[in-house]
Write a protein that binds this ligand. Structure first.
Ligand SMILES: Cc1cc2nc3c(=O)[nH]c(=O)nc-3n(C[C@H](O)[C@H](O)[C@H](O)COP(=O)(O)O)c2cc1C
Length: 186
């Protein structure tokens, strides 16, 4: 069974990105599981805090990443770039530098996201690329999912109600899981 870990970059209760991640759990191919992890509880990065030890929430998320075959980053877009809260979490996960290879090296990441605007996280996803490169991940670029005008794609309860996006998400996940299975052990 292929194990994927999904992380939403929004803390908001009514987050469209968290809703997209929940929809992904439902639409995963049979041969894979998608577990949802959270960035909640990760403090603002502070070298003085780090000097006292890596916070438990960071260590826990690092170990969840290490245990996964692949990681889905579900990213909002803030001011045409990536959200600070999400980047802050990834920055913490990259500490100490000696652990970067174990946590990120060669790990197979995929990006998707939902935003209120008409371009659906295109710029946010692009902004993640140098980060994923610096950390030595193996990003999957075989599919692209940008959910624009997210308010019309989910209902009040956060259920995906757009059948076109649902099919796109299903295909995206199928492509990503096929990649994970094809490259397992590489
Ligand atoms: C600080 C800030 C900046 C934003 N900038 C953008 C933007 O550049 N493009 C866009 O499409 N939406 C932008 N939005 C709107 C977000 O897409 C919208 O709030 C979205 O619902 C956030 O994701 P979430 O629902 O997962 O929390 C911005 C929102 C915030 C709070």
């Amino acid at each position: 069974m292929t194990k994927v870990l999904g992380i939403s970059g929004s803390l908001r209760r009514g987050s469209h990105n968290s809703a997209l991640l929940r929809a992904a759990v439902r639409l995963m191919p049979e041969e894979a599981t998608l577990e949802i992890a959270s960035i909640r509880g990760i403090p603002l990065y502070d070298g003085d805090v780090e000097a006292q030890g890596i916070p438990a929430a960071v260590t826990q998320l690092k170990e969840a990443i290490v245990a996964a075959d692949g990681v889905l980053l579900v990213t909002p877009e803030y001011n045409n770039s990536l959200p600070g809260v999400f980047k802050n979490a990834i920055d913490w996960l990259s500490r100490p530098p000696a652990d970067v290879k174990r946590v990120f090296g060669g790990r197979r990441f995929a990006l998707l996201g939902a935003s209120a605007g008409p371009f659906g996280t295109v710029l946010s996803q692009a902004a993640w690329l140098p980060v994923l490169r610096t950390l030595g991940t193996q990003p999957w670029f075989g599919g692209r999912l940008v959910v624009a005008r997210a308010a019309s794609v989910f209902d009040e309860a956060g259920n995906l109600k757009d059948s076109v996006i649902e099919e796109q998400l299903r295909q995206f996940l199928a492509g990503y899981v096929a990649f994970l299975r094809r490259t397992a052990g590489s």
